[in-house]
Design a protein around this ligand. Structure first.
Ligand code: PLP
Length: 390
């Protein structure tokens, strides 16, 4: 079977062989339930989870008590935002977020609006960034939470958090950052110094799908979260349900690997991403979105003039796995809300490709991708009367 060139690592990653190996015993002989406290099957699972938690905490430089396992970033986001609104009801009902968030944040906020939560959606500038004074001006005496994306999944643009953390501290507002795309791609010291909550997902990290976690700064964890999912009392009652032993082992193994390979992976991805952008820059009237901002080393979002975005993606699909918006909201036919929030014209937003590179991308893949895209755009433009007459 012909394999497409895979340039969609921000949508998901393959499970690393080492991660898979670490998980396998917990599907087979070590299948016990960590809540079974009366026999060795349960003890073994419980011990393995405790060790995994210590390993993740060590890799991230946090405490194991600050981690709550979930099914992935979407659940983690729901847990944090809804948890804060519930717990802080008496202090206020106002959240500040941005127009360039992942849908998991935007849709959670929309749902909460139905229950009387007020949400301010901040504009982003043409590089996808929000100046600190815009956050400050939006704060009211009812603001309980600021939720802001750290590394944008579509453009890779990184929103600095330090100053925002200080601002939140000054106003006693909780700060949550969606850090799903950042782990394994950039160091996270700034995140853990600045935020109260962050979220992660193993499948963005060469780990399995269906497992993730919330980081909740210890001091605020118990105060903020009551119980998100009831039943069984697991994880101190915060999220009931049998713990996903193989998934958690996989998450720990993937996190450790990511930390060990961070420097090497980051350097490789950046040089491949730069090679890709250099190659694509020979296509006339192409623009890298968010280019002037600090970006993830693996992500490049490029718009092309005089091209129909849908036709382009269809023509590329037999050869190249890329996306033109977030894969998580692929049911939508609207242009990317992230690009339109950055002021990219609708037709340019439609005609944009997100290339996201990863651990298994090679120079040959990049060169081939540049050739395929260049050829296809030239072909499409030949049939575009506006291009021909321009
Ligand atoms: N947040 C960001 C920035 C993402 O990129 C994604 C997935 O694309 C999510 C949240 C949702 O992650 P999950 O698939 O683990 O629910």
């Amino acid at each position: 079977m012909y394999r497409q060139l895979y340039f969609d690592y921000n949508a998901t990653t393959p499970c690393d062989e080492k991660v898979l190996e670490a998980m396998l015993p917990f599907f087979k002989e070590d299948f016990g339930n960590a809540s079974s406290s009366h026999h060795p099957y349960g003890w073994l699972a419980k011990n393995a989870i405790e060790e995994a938690t210590e390993s993740i905490a060590g890799s991230l430089g946090v405490s194991g008590d600050e981690l709550i396992y979930t099914s992935g970033a979407t659940e983690s986001i729901n847990m944090v935002i809804k948890g804060v609104c519930k717990a802080k009801k008496a202090s206020g009902n106002h959240i500040i977020t941005t127009k360039a968030e992942h849908k998991a944040v935007l849709d959670t906020c929309k749902e909460l609006e139905k229950d009387g939560i007020e949400v301010t959606y901040l504009d982003v500038d043409r590089n996808g960034l929000i100046p600190i004074d815009h956050y400050e001006q939006a704060i009211t005496d009812k603001t309980i939470l600021i939720a802001t994306l750290y590394a944008n999944n579509e453009t890779g643009v990184i929103q600095p958090l330090r100053e925002l953390g200080e601002l939140c501290g000054k106003h006693q507002i909780l700060l949550f950052s969606d850090t799903t795309q950042a782990l394994g791609k950039i160091p996270l010291a700034e995140v853990f110094e600045s935020v109260d909550f962050a979220c992660f997902s193993a499948h963005k990290l060469y780990g399995p799908k269906g497992v993730g976690m919330v980081y909740a700064r210890e001091a605020t964890t118990k105060e903020v979260f009551t119980s998100f999912i009831q039943g069984g009392g697991q994880q101190g009652g915060l999220r009931g349900g049998t713990l996903n032993t193989p998934g958690i082992i996989g998450l720990a193994s993937a996190t450790l690997l990511a930390q060990q390979l961070l420097e090497q992976d980051t350097g490789r991805m950046k040089s491949l991403r730069d090679r890709l952008e250099k190659g694509i820059s020979s296509i006339e009237l192409s623009t890298v979105n968010g280019k002037e901002a600090e970006r993830l080393p693996n992500t490049s979002n490029i718009s092309f003039q005089f091209v129909d975005g849908e036709n382009l993606l269809r023509a590329l699909s037999p050869y190249l796995a890329v996306s033109n918006g977030s894969a998580c909201n692929s049911a939508s036919v609207e242009p990317s809300h992230v690009l339109t929030a950055m002021g990219v014209a609708r037709d340019m937003a439609y005609a944009s490709l997100r290339f996201s590179l990863g651990r298994f991308t090679t120079e040959e893949h990049v060169d081939e991708a540049v050739d395929i895209v260049s050829r296809e755009i030239a072909k499409q433009r030949e049939n575009n009367i506006l291009w021909v007459r321009r």
